[in-house]
Design a binder for this molecule. Sequence first.
Ligand code: ZN
Length: 238
Amino acid sequence: MSDDSTPLPTYLVRESLRAKRVTLRVSTRLGVEVVVPKGFDTHQVPGIVALRGDWLRGQVRRLTEQGWSPEPPTMPEALDLRALGRTLRIETAHAPRKPPRLTLSGPDCLLLSGDMDDAQACRAKVLTWIKEQARLLLVPWLRELSATCELPFERARIRAQKSRWGSCSARGTISLNCKLLFLPRPLARHVLLHELAHLRHLNHSPQFWALLHVLDQDAAARDPELSGAWRYVPRWLD
Ligand SMILES: [Zn+2]
């Protein structure tokens, strides 16, 4: 049965280097996402979404029943950086038409000043600050674990991906998602060890898992925990 009367849900378009074709994803975290391969002509997206309209409406109904709201998420009042055991309040000072600025206004307080209606610029400021914290704190932590485990890496990079916590390249570059700062410390540590283990096994072979279980004795509990870990990250940051 078709219900064309209901408007199509809003969606985000995300370009992915790994995508080979266009896929529609629906999740309580990101809502409706259209993932397209790099360089894809995005003018085609509305047509593709319309073709899957009935399926999409059904999915959104299901999400709504699970408590999802199509409203865009609001800025969090605080950043709970669990990996650091540190919570920072976000205070705002609205000044119309002024580009947002972010300053540390106290030991546990960030002040965001400027045009608060420019949500995208506000988000960018906060994300830049989180990336900087990750560079200052996650990278030395990775270096420390790398030395303890005797698994040296070549380079560490901080990124802000939507769907991965980290990655490791054949050249020994480890990329870490700055949002790892929101995870409980043992879980963030587990991700760091996971990427370090890839320096020896660049796959998810039984040998890789065996090594990871040696590095992190609680690995069996951490992996299932990790699949639900996006809930720790404020949705607003996506
Ligand atoms: Zn992996």
